[in-house]
Design a protein around this ligand. Structure first.
Ligand code: COA
Length: 563
């Protein structure tokens, strides 16, 4: 089928559905919901069989839903309606939630139902639930709806389902406001989770208006409710009525302020607080002859200092008597490469970019140069840009079916990229696939990643099952009788590669191009980064995903060339 996505932005759920439908052979094109006229034009150009709205903030124009079936993906169970479905599910402490695929009509979120999936809620942030439970449920429900449409079936109205629609308005700051004297730890965590990643919970910290994110229970800490009592890494511990929470990230309540590590925003205040262990974004565990290195950096962003700490943890892990080391990343994001927020906030973004990419390359190089251990990247969360190539620095990439990769840098102002991708891609994917990967700018699902050599194994498991499966596979690998032989072969191959072209040369060549991106006359990278971190809405859909506009774009560029 020809399927047009009409969406507010090409967010994680839209990307996931895009990869699922493309893998089934559907022709999918994307148009951002900028205004009615643009949406209508997209429908005229593409003439889709159906329209899918995975993430939309406005109603679909009547002329569109009257002309063809439009499927709306709503992150709530049948009958639920409104723009803050998941926020309310968290705020109200729902035990079970769902995703409904309904047909757009004049009643917002109350059209006929094509499919529904339910899932158990979990103690997690809104964005984590969205990236896992909601995405899994939505992928299944959309595929079911499309199969039903293909089979000529009809949807069920809420009346036939005997469901009375419930509309809930958008959640406001007053709905989530924290009363530090009366709220217990669970309530504080739930309120912040309901607003994490966006918009955060409005509060006051050290006398300044802020938005709070990235909170975790601070076990063993207590104090006067509301007081900041300790720090750990980049987080502050703040006392609640019955304990304390770690606050890892904050955004000052000013225009253009960025979401940053809490102790970066309040550096001076942090210095006067006692430092304790407790908030750990890097964690190492071991079982048998396998080591597991977890690095759940917020949003998968790996700043200079995070890369250096991870390199330190890697070097420590190498001192252990293991045979295999698994790089686990974080559960929601494996890695999204350089920390663009910290770069933007730095006094010299160019210098910070340079420091960050060098720290990232030091880490990638240490992984590539490890020849006495079998290294696996277990990618359960999504990965983007340099994060994908960092994963490829391992000997094997085990990818969760359902994880989405965005293996390109170009969307960040034509950034050339480093992390030894010019060595790793041809080595693991072959020259032809390497070129295809480097030229593409589309999200990639697990099957495609496997076929192109970006992954070696697909793990068919959900969020929880993934960890267990990886553990079992790693233990089997570490105990396999042919592992010593494989490691000898690995060392031989590395030496041969080094003799053909030293890693240092790959690094130098890549970094020369990066230096131009950071310090050259073309400011594209700095502009793209500014727009990304400040979430400047796109004024039109990138041609890479708006395939229905390819001809128009070609005609325009021919006309420009002729004039
Ligand atoms: N640095 C800082 N923050 C990052 C980040 C990075 N490299 N990558 C993602 N984020 C943040 C986003 O700003 C967003 O923040 P929020 O919590 O305030 O909403 C959050 O992570 C989720 O990212 P989002 O872009 O909404 O996720 P997505 O699933 O829609 O898209 C990507 C995934 C990878 C396509 C997209 O995040 C991206 O392009 N990231 C930048 C990758 C990059 O260019 N890295 C630098 C070069 S190595």
């Amino acid at each position: 089928m020809k399927i047009l996505f009409l969406c507010h932005s090409f967010n994680s759920l839209s990307q996931r559905l895009f990869t699922e439908l493309a893998a089934q052979g559907h022709e999918v094109s994307v148009e951002f919901d900028i205004n009615d006229a643009v949406a209508l034009e997209a429908v005229d150009l593409f003439e889709p069989d159906i329209v899918v709205a995975p993430f939309l903030k406005r109603a679909i124009p009547r002329a569109i839903w009257e002309s063809r079936i439009c499927l709306v993906v709503h992150p709530g169970p049948v009958g639920d309606g409104g723009p803050s479905a998941l926020d309310w599910a968290l705020l109200n402490g729902e035990a079970e939630w769902g995703v409904t695929v309904l047909q757009a009509d004049s009643a917002l979120d109350a059209g006929p139902v094509w499919a529904e999936r339910r899932f158990a809620m979990r103690d997690a942030t809104k964005s984590s639930l969205y990236r896992h439970e909601v995405s899994e449920a939505a992928a299944e429900a959309v595929l079911e709806a499309i199969a039903k449409i293909g089979a000529g079936r009809t949807p069920q109205t809420l009346d036939t389902l005997r469901v009375t629609p419930v509309w809930r308005n958008g959640a406001k700051q007053t709905d989530r406001a924290i009363d530090w004297h009366n709220d217990d730890t669970d309530t504080v965590l739930r309120k912040i989770a309901s607003a994490d990643g966006m918009p955060g919970v409005k509060d006051v910290l050290f006398g300044e208006n802020v938005y709070l994110f990235d909170t975790h229970r601070a076990d063993g800490f207590a104090g006067d409710p509301g007081d900041v009592i300790a720090r750990s890494g980049s987080a502050f511990a703040r006392a609640t009525r019955d304990g304390a929470v770690w606050i890892g990230h904050v955004r000052k309540g000013r225009d253009k302020a960025l979401k940053l590590p809490a102790t970066t925003v309040f550096r001076a205040e942090a210095e006067s607080l006692p430092e304790f262990p407790g908030y750990a974004d890097i964690r190492y565990e071991e079982e048998g002859y396998a080591g597991f290195l977890h690095f759940g950096f917020y949003n998968g962003a790996m700043g200079t200092e995070a890369c250096q700490r991870l390199l330190g943890a890697w070097q420590e892990a190498l001192k252990r008597p293991t045979k295999a080391i698994v790089l686990m990343g974080g559960p929601d994001h494996w890695s999204n490469g350089l920390n663009l927020n910290l770069i933007e906030a730095a006094e010299s973004p160019a210098d910070e970019s340079w420091a960050n990419i060098n720290a990232m390359d030091d880490l990638a190089e240490a992984i590539i140069r490890t020849t006495d251990r079998f290294v696996v990247s277990a990618v359960g969360g999504n990965a983007g840009a340099g994060g994908v190539f960092l994963a490829r620095a391992a000997d094997a990439v085990w990818l969760r079916r359902g994880a989405v990769l965005n293996p390109y840098y170009k969307d960040m102002g034509n950034l050339y990229g480093s992390e030894f991708w010019t060595y790793l891609l041809p080595r693991h994917a072959g020259a032809e696939n390497a070129e295809r990967i480097a030229a593409a700018r589309l999200p990639m699902g697990a099957e495609e990643a496997l076929s192109l050599g970006l992954a070696d194994e697909i793990i068919h498991a959900g969020r929880e099952g993934f960890g267990e499966t990886v553990r079992d596979m790693a233990l089997r690998l570490a105990e396999s009788t042919d592992l010593d032989e494989r490691l000898r072969e690995k060392a031989r191959r590395r030496a041969q590669d080094e003799a053909e072209k030293p890693l240092a040369r790959y690094r130098d060549e890549e970094l020369q191009r990066m230096r131009r991106n950071f310090y050259g006359f073309d400011p594209s990278y700095h502009v793209a980064r500014y727009n990304f971190v400040h979430k400047v809405p796109k004024s039109r859909t990138p041609i890479t995903i708006a395939r229905h506009r390819e001809n128009t774009a070609r005609t325009r560029s021919r006309r420009r060339a002729a004039s």
